[in-house]
Write a protein that binds this ligand. Structure first.
Ligand code: TYM
Length: 331
């Protein structure tokens, strides 16, 4: 079986963007592949976190993974910090990653511009740790949103560089990016990516949010300033409408042509609440199941412990191979 690895940082609540960009595909691919789905808590401390919130969100995110349809019997669900090989290989790969290539990462540039008072070394070397996450499992495929594509590419470069020096060590992974939903935009400023760290709470919709809040945000969503007021897909001229259409399409499976026909002559007053409804219905079962799972902490504990054990075993095989190749004395 081919292998998948992907992860989400528990640095904020799960968003509609992460759901459509990543988790939806994780679920879809989970029958066909051997899958490792991670909670990237090591990555999350590159930005300052409140410890109690980080702990709570990590547990909630595990419950949400399961509620989204990832069966822990079939998928390895684990917390990154529980598997020491990630930090260990991360260090090794730091030494095979160039300052120049890290400087070109757009996410680093964005995040350091937003957090000018905390441009720490971890934020800078973040892609090397992410490469370690992927390469430890010899992953073939990495299902992510568009914004992570550059990080998968640098991972390929690092792996090729290492293989070039030491011979075949790492499998070279491919990114897997969905056709619809790869880049969900903010509801209030459709020029920006929907992000869990967005300062405007109305721009971002959360998977576990109350239906009335989801509806309110969609009803207020920015469409455009044109006078046409018709539901038509045009990314350049009508980015707000295009974003809502992409969300509606991803949530319902309808094509853009079907959506244009459905709202022909109806305007945004009918369209926006319809998108809200579709998202509410998409998330309702997930929210309910997450709440149910959160009531049973010992079950969640058993999931992440079993996950760490399996992930630890698999990742150590790669780590030992790497240590040997670079010339470390075996213990
Ligand atoms: P993170 O936590 O920022 O986002 C998690 C996943 O959600 C996708 N995503 C989006 N997709 C579409 N539209 C959006 N608005 C949107 N916002 C987020 C992201 O592309 C991502 O797939 N570095 C990663 C976490 C990570 C990782 C890994 C991923 C750590 N190690 C190894 C894959 C493999 C990150 O910060 O994702």
């Amino acid at each position: 079986k081919k292998v998948i690895l992907s992860g989400i940082q528990p640095s904020g609540e799960l968003t509609l963007g992460s759901y459509l960009g990543a988790i939806k595909n994780w679920v879809k691919l989970s029958d066909e592949y051997e899958c490792y789905y991670m909670l990237a808590d090591l990555h999350s401390i590159t930005v300052r976190q409140n410890p109690a919130d980080l702990r709570r969100r990590t547990l909630t995110q595990i419950a949400a993974y399961i509620a989204c349809g990832l069966d822990p019997e079939k998928n390895t669900i684990f917390i990154q910090s529980h598997v020491p090989a990630h930090a260990e290989l991360g260090w090794v790969l730091d030494c095979y990653t160039m300052f120049g290539e890290l400087s070109r990462m757009t996410q680093f540039k964005d995040k350091s511009a937003k957090n000018a008072d905390n441009i720490n070394a971890g934020l800078f070397t973040y892609p090397a740790l992410m490469a370690a996450d992927i390469l430890l499992y010899q992953a073939d495929l990495v299902p992510v949103g568009e914004d992570q594509k550059q990080h998968v590419e640098i991972c390929r470069d690092i792996a090729n560089r290492f293989n070039g020096v030491y011979g075949e060590t790492f499998r070279i992974p491919e990114p897997f990016i969905p056709k619809v939903g790869a880049r969900v935009m903010s509801l209030t400023s459709p020029g920006n990516k929907m992000s869990k760290s967005d300062k405007d709470p109305n721009g971002c919709v959360y998977v576990l949010e109350k239906p009335e809040d989801i509806m309110r945000k969609f009803k207020k969503a920015v469409t455009d300033s044109d006078t046409e007021r018709c539901v038509r897909y045009d990314r350049a001229e009508k980015p707000g409408v295009a974003n809502l259409m992409a969300i509606y399409s991803a949530a319902t499976g309808k094509t853009y042509e079907e959506i244009e026909r459905e709202f022909d002559g109806k305007g945004y007053g009918a369209f926006k609440p319809a998108v809200g409804e579709a998202v509410v219905e998409l998330f309702r079962p997930i929210r309910e199941e997450t709440e149910r799972l959160l009531a049973d902490k010992s079950y969640l504990e058993s999931v992440y412990r079993a996950g760490a054990e399996k992930a630890g075993y698999v990742s150590n095989k790669t780590l030992r191979k790497v240590y040997k190749k670079v010339g470390f004395v075996a213990r």
